[in-house]
Write a protein that binds this ligand. Structure first.
Ligand code: UDP
Ligand code: MG
Length: 319
């Protein structure tokens, strides 16, 4: 490694990606060859893969000392795999990229250009999403709008984790050790100079997505509950609204009883009101429970992950 050149880390979380890794590596090599101005570190986080992912990475490292890896003790999920990677990044800046080539590495020179101009967070925004179902597109569109309506911080739409971060952004994110992570939100939260570049998102080059609707739904809920307590406030506001309506209705009933006498039939209306209010109470108990559950996990203060090894080195502790 030559001194006086800046070090750029390419961070790649990988979980069962044996099919795409060779392709990815080839594309990265081509790219790196075109950028002699920088030193590179290709940092893989092996997130408990059960296939040959780790072997392939070790193979690469044998011939290419720029390849480094963090091997986690089990599968922790992408969000945790990323913070583990952040902890081991050595570069002056870092580019986070998915293993499946959905994020074209060819965008990296442009990202580096903006970084040199002084931007701290250069993120790639999708113009299109090839190979994704209309339902996934629609839900993701709707979700970002809902999330934005609940918070003052500007949420970046159609943006994933594909971005360049300056060292100081990496350090900022490393300080946020919450266990229920929603890293997309954290990028917005830390601030700094942001620059957007547009690209077409490709379909996965090979292998299968690890996401399903259950995982996505969980991530969406994490997104909201880790970012804002707006749902709790809504609960209070809706509660107030309902009690106001209840009060008006009470006045109406009392007045009617005074004027027309007692009016016995009323079973249907009572049932409807009881069921409606009961349902509403259960929903909001669920919302409160969601926040309480998160508080429960955070108060345990467990380490976010354990690593098995960093490169050839056997590890017993995290950084
Ligand atoms: N990933 C990971 N741990 C997991 C699931 C995924 O490290 O438990 C990695 C995966 O190897 C890939 C990236 O996260 O590099 C994005 O995963 P995927 O392509 O399955 O998600 P999608 O693009 O469908 O959102
Ligand atoms: Mg993908």
């Amino acid at each position: 490694m030559e001194e006086n050149k800046k070090l750029v880390t390419i961070l790649i979380p990988a979980y069962n990606e044996e099919e795409v890794l060779p392709m990815l590596y080839e594309r990265l090599l081509k790219l790196i060859d075109g950028l002699p101005k920088y030193n590179f570190e290709i940092l893989f986080v092996n997130d408990g893969s059960t296939d040959k992912t780790l072997e392939l990475i070790k193979e690469m490292r044998k011939t290419d000392s720029r390849v480094c890896y963090v091997n986690l003790s089990r599968n922790f999920g992408k969000e945790i795999a990323m913070i583990a990677g952040f902890d081991y990044v050595r570069g002056d800046c870092m580019i986070n990229i998915d293993a499946d080539l959905q994020d074209p590495p060819e965008l990296i020179p442009e990202m580096l250009k903006y970084w040199e101009e002084g931007y701290d967070d250069v993120y790639a925004k999708r113009k299109s999403r090839k190979g994704e179902s209309p339902l996934k597109k629609l839900t993701s569109w709707g979700y970002y709008r809902v999330l934005q309506s609940m918070t003052n911080i500007k949420i970046q739409t159609d943006t994933g984790d594909f971005r360049l971060l300056d060292r100081r952004c990496v350090e900022a994110i490393r300080q946020m050790r919450e266990s229920q992570r929603y890293t997309k939100g954290l990028y917005s939260w830390i601030g700094y100079n942001k620059k957007e570049i547009l690209y077409d998102r490709d379909p996965r080059a090979a292998g299968k997505t690890k996401w399903n609707y259950r995982k996505l739904a969980n991530l969406s809920i994490d997104g909201i509950t880790s970012f804002t307590t707006a749902p709790l406030r809504w609960a209070a506001l809706i509660g107030m609204l309902v009690s106001l309506l209840g009060f008006i209705y009470m006045v109406v009933i009392i007045a009617r009883t005074l004027i027309y006498g007692i009016d016995v039939p009323g079973y249907a209306s009572i049932m409807v009101i009881i069921l409606f209010l009961g349902g509403l109470q259960l929903i909001f108990l669920g919302v409160i429970g969601e926040y309480l559950g998160r508080a429960f996990y955070e108060t345990k203060h467990r380490p976010l992950y354990f690593i098995d090894s960093y490169n050839e080195q056997r590890e017993t502790n995290i950084r």
